[in-house]
Ligand binder design. Structure first.
Ligand SMILES: [Zn+2]
Length: 389
C-alpha cells in the first residue's frame, strides 16, 4: 500500500504503518479527551454489566475528577488510541498466522486510521480455509475484550493509588468496550468486514466465487450507504460518515479485485486482443486523426513508424492541443511517447492492473518490435461479463 512506513517484522511478517494512522492518534485523543466524565460513566456501565454477566466480580466505580485535570484527558486518550491499535494489530496477526498455517503467504500487515489490513499473497484463499481465517480476527478481539475487562478489575483491586487505579480502569475498560465493538462490527456479514468473508465462504459452496463475492460486496455497499445516511441525517456524526466511506471503498475494491482475479485467471492477452489494429504514421495531420476517430469510434491509435510502434495518439492528446494549433500539427507533435506495451503471453490480469494503475484505456501488444494486436479496457470488461454467465 502506498504511503506506508515499515516499522519492523513480527513472526517474519513485515509490519507497516499507513500515514493515516498518524492522524488517528491525535483524533482519538481528542474524541476520548473531549468528555471524560461521560465516557467514564459509559465504561462503568459496561464493566458492571460485564460483572453482572460473569456473576463473580465486584462493582466498580471510576472517579472522573482525577482524569479531568490539565492534559490528563488527552493523555489517557493517547494511551487508549495506542492500545486500540495494538489490539487491531493482534487481530490482524491472528488472521495472518492462521492463513500461514494453511500455507498462504502473507505480504505484510498495514495499520490504517480505522483498522488493519493483512495483505495476503494469494488473493483468494480456498473457501474451506477462509472460514477459520476470517473468524480468527473477531474471536481474538473478543478474547482481548474479555482480558481487558478482567484486567480492569485487577487494577481496581490491586492498585492503592486511586488516581492511578482510576486511569488504568478507564483505559482498560475503554479497550474492553472497543474490542467487543470490533468483535461485533466484524461479524456484520458484508465486505470488507470479516463477516463478509464468512458469508462469502458460505455462499461459495453454493455458487461461483465471483458471484459470492459480488453479493457480499453489494451488501457491504448497501450497509455503508445506510450508515452514511444515518451519520448525516439521524445523528450527525463525522466518525460514522468516515467509517461508512471506508466500508464502501473497501467493499468496492474487494469485489473488483476478486472479480478480475477469478474471471481473468488463466487468460492471456493474446486470447482477448484485437488483431486488426488501426494505426497511424507519425506524419498524420491532427484533423485526419480526428476524422479517423469519428469514422472508427476508436479514441486512440498506436503510431507506427516503419513497422515499429513509436507512441500512441489519444483523444486526450488532441484535447491538450489548442484548437488553433491543430491544423498545423502532426501526430508526432502531440503523441504520447512513453508507451506501455505487453508481449502476447502476458497475463490479462497484468494488463488490467497496468491499465488501472496508470489510468490508460488500451495497451498495444508487441512481439519483439512488431505490433500484433491491441487490448482495451472495454474488451477486458466484456470478457469479465461473458465469463460471469
Ligand atoms: Zn479481521
Amino acid at each position: 500500500m502506498n504511503g506506508s512506513l515499515n516499522i519492523g517484522k513480527l513472526f517474519g511478517i513485515p509490519v507497516k504503518l499507513h500515514v493515516t494512522f498518524l492522524l488517528a492518534i491525535p483524533l482519538f485523543a481528542w474524541i476520548i479527551g473531549r468528555d471524560v466524565a461521560m465516557t467514564a460513566r459509559v465504561i462503568e456501565g459496561f464493566l458492571n454489566l460485564a460483572a453482572g454477566t460473569l456473576g463473580i466480580l465486584p462493582r466498580i466505580s471510576i472517579d472522573p475528577s482525577y482524569l479531568e485535570q490539565g492534559i490528563a484527558p488527552y493523555l489517557v486518550g493517547v494511551v487508549v488510541a495506542l492500545g486500540l491499535f495494538f489490539c487491531v494489530f493482534v487481530h490482524e496477526l491472528a488472521h495472518s498466522l492462521l492463513a500461514r498455517r494453511h500455507g498462504i503467504r502473507i505480504h505484510s500487515i498495514t495499520l490504517l486510521i480505522l483498522g488493519g489490513v493483512s495483505s495476503i499473497e494469494d488473493d483468494l484463499p480456498e473457501p474451506r480455509h477462509e472460514l477459520p481465517m476470517a473468524l480468527a480476527g473477531p474471536l481474538t478481539s473478543l478474547g482481548l475484550g474479555f482480558l481487558s475487562t478482567v484486567l480492569a478489575y485487577v487494577a481496581d483491586a490491586a492498585i492503592a493509588s486511586r488516581p492511578l487505579a482510576g486511569a488504568l480502569v478507564f483505559v482498560l475498560g475503554y479497550l474492553g468496550i472497543l474490542n467487543v465493538m470490533l468483535f461485533a462490527f466484524n461479524l456484520i456479514p458484508a465486505f470488507p468486514m470479516d463477516g463478509g468473508r464468512v458469508l462469502r465462504a458460505w455462499l461459495a459452496a453454493r455458487m461461483p466465487l465471483s458471484r459470492a463475492t459480488k453479493i457480499a460486496a453489494d451488501i457491504g455497499k448497501a450497509f455503508a450507504v445506510l450508515m452514511g445516511i444515518f451519520g448525516v441525517l439521524v445523528v450527525f456524526n463525522p466518525i460514522l460518515i468516515i467509517i461508512a466511506f471506508f466500508i464502501y471503498i473497501g467493499a468496492d475494491q474487494e469485489s473488483m479485485m476478486v472479480r478480475y482475479n477469478v474471471l481473468l485467471k488463466d487468460l492471456r492477452v493474446s486470447d482477448v486482443m484485437a488483431r486488426e489494429v488501426i494505426t497511424v504514421p507519425p506524419t498524420t495531420p491532427i484533423p485526419d486523426v480526428i476524422r479517423l476517430m469519428y469514422a472508427t469510434k476508436h479514441l486512440a491509435f498506436p503510431v507506427l513508424d516503419q513497422g515499429v510502434v513509436v507512441g500512441m495518439v489519444t483523444l486526450d492528446d488532441v484535447h491538450r492541443t489548442p484548437e488553433i494549433d491543430r491544423d498545423a500539427k502532426q501526430v508526432r507533435d502531440i503523441m504520447t511517447r512513453s508507451l506501455v506495451t505487453l508481449p502476447p503471453d502476458a497475463l490479462l490480469t497484468e494488463a488490467f492492473r497496468l491499465m488501472t494503475r496508470q489510468g490508460i484505456g488500451r495497451i498495444p501488444i508487441v512481439e519483439g518490435t512488431t505490433l500484433i494486436g491491441i487490448v482495451t479496457r472495454t474488451d477486458i470488461l466484456r470478457v469479465m461479463e461473458l465469463r460471469e454467465i
